[in-house]
Design a protein around this ligand. Structure first.
Ligand code: AMP
Length: 205
């Protein structure tokens, strides 16, 4: 199964993708994670990506598409994948069409007020990637693996505002682009409630 996950920053794409991976035979591909991995390893892509990410801007399509193309050509993607954070522009979606077909597009729908509330509280596990929010989890270590939690460099108010603007202007038009394949999930409730909607939809495919 090949799935695209659309949604604003902080809508909960990462958490939903991780739940889907647990039950369906797909791998999670997060272009944000791939860029962060490149930054950590100080690669050429990482250096370039950082200059955009630090400002809350999108990394150029050409770089992003070629990185994604290489990733989905790997053997672990053979049975399917869930794209978390790609495509984010119409040209990326057009490029994806020439690389692979997709079975479903899930839109994670969360009102802007709730997104703003979640922004500054997000914490991520440094080892297993589990995502928390300080409003519901006040510990500094991961409940699953015990590793320290950290706040992403780009999770600060200044960058967040830019990222939300970029989403509205550049990524939200993909909702129309994928209108014929789109399934909207309400992302206001608990992660379990959100996942249940997506799971029921995917099981019907
Ligand atoms: P994310 O982890 O999905 O929130 O992505 C973090 C940052 O990585 C974004 O704000 C962008 O700067 C960059 N990024 C991730 N995915 C893409 C993409 N598909 N196109 C361009 N930039 C991206």
């Amino acid at each position: 199964m090949k799935i695209i996950l659309l949604g604003a920053p902080f809508s909960g794409k990462g958490t939903l993708a991780r739940n889907i991976v647990n039950d369906f035979d797909v791998v999670q591909i997060s272009t944000g994670d791939l860029f962060r991995e490149n930054i950590k390893n100080q690669t050429e892509i990482g250096l370039l990506a950082k200059s955009y990410m630090d400002k809350g801007n999108l990394v150029p399509d050409e770089v992003t598409v070629s990185m994604l193309k290489e990733r989905i050509s790997k053997p672990d993607c053979k049975n399917g994948f869930i794209l978390d954070g790609f495509p984010r522009t119409i040209p990326q979606a057009e490029a994806l069409k020439t690389i692979t077909d997709v079975d479903a597009v899930i839109l994670l729908d969360v009102p802007l007020d709730e997104i703003k509330r979640r922004c500054v509280g997000r914490r991520t596990c440094s080892k297993c990637g589990e995502i928390y929010n300080t409003s519901t989890y006040d510990k500094s270590t991961c409940a699953k693996c015990g590793s320290p939690l950290f706040q992403r460099d780009d999770d600060n108010l200044e960058t967040i505002t830019a990222r939300l603007e970029v989403y509205e202007k550049t990524t939200a038009p993909l909702i129309n682009f994928y209108a014929d394949k789109l399934f909207a999930v309400k992302g206001m409730g608990t992660p379990e409630e959100t996942y249940k909607q997506a799971k029921d939809f995917l099981r019907r495919l």
